[in-house]
Design a protein around this ligand. Structure first.
Ligand code: AMP
Length: 211
């Protein structure tokens, strides 16, 4: 059971990914999470991320290729935030072939750019992993996490001007992947403007039906 989650920043990929991997007991492979860890010790990665730019293909592809060699992915995985360019998608195909791994489906979560800006620029996160939204999912006490009491902060790349840059990068570099996976018969469109529970139910149904 191997899937890819595709969608612009703010589509809810992270939220859906957490629920999917928990329900279907598969591994969550989030390149964004891997780079958030890597940026702590690598200022060049931090600078690219904070400007809303992509990390060079070669670095990302090598990281994912090595990850796909580990045993835990054999029971199924969900790629979240990768691939993000045509080059990455083609390199992924090569490496899946070598490892004899098949992708069952690519979920493309669709939202418009204005909705994405609204959702992301209001997002506040806690070190414990919890995520809030100042309007849509406000914490009980402003700036404090409901779960651990920690201080909520805004991710540097969630500031509005950086979000707009990330969306423009998505339109130019990642959107072409929609046609790429449509042509390979793997694409499953999901309306990301629906309630997150409905989005999850729809994705779950496809997975349960072996798609
Ligand atoms: P995300 O949490 O998926 O939005 O990723 C956060 C940031 O990590 C992105 O804005 C990029 O700077 C970097 N990143 C994550 N995945 C990739 C990827 N597949 N290719 C290039 N950069 C990536």
């Amino acid at each position: 059971m191997n899937y890819i989650l595709l969608g612009p920043p703010g589509a809810g990929k992270g939220t859906q990914a957490k629920k999917i991997v928990e329900k279907f007991k598969i591994v969550h492979l989030s390149t964004g999470d891997m780079f958030r860890e890597a940026k702590k010790s690598d200022p060049s990665i931090a600078a690219l991320m904070e400007a809303g730019k992509l990390i060079p293909d070669e670095i990302v592809v090598n990281m994912v290729k090595n990850r796909l060699k580990k045993d835990d992915v054999k029971n199924g995985f969900l790629l979240d935030g990768f691939p993000r360019t045509l080059k990455q998608a083609k390199e992924l195909d090569k490496s899946l072939k070598t490892e004899n791994i098949k992708i069952d489906g690519v979920f493309s979560i669709i939202i418009d750019n204005e909705e994405a800006v609204k959702r992301i620029s209001g997002r506040r996160v806690c070190k414990c992993g919890a995520s809030f939204h100042i309007k849509f999912v406000p914490p009980k006490d402003a700036d404090k996490c409901d779960y651990c009491g920690g201080q909520l902060t805004q991710r540097a790349d969630d500031k509005e001007e950086v979000v707009r840059e990330r969306l423009s990068v998505y339109d130019k570099q990642t959107k072409p992947l929609i046609d790429y996976y449509k042509n390979s018969g793997l694409l499953i469109d999901i309306d990301g403007l629906q309630n997150e529970k409905i989005v999850f139910e729809q994705i779950s149904k496809f997975i349960e039906n072996g798609r």
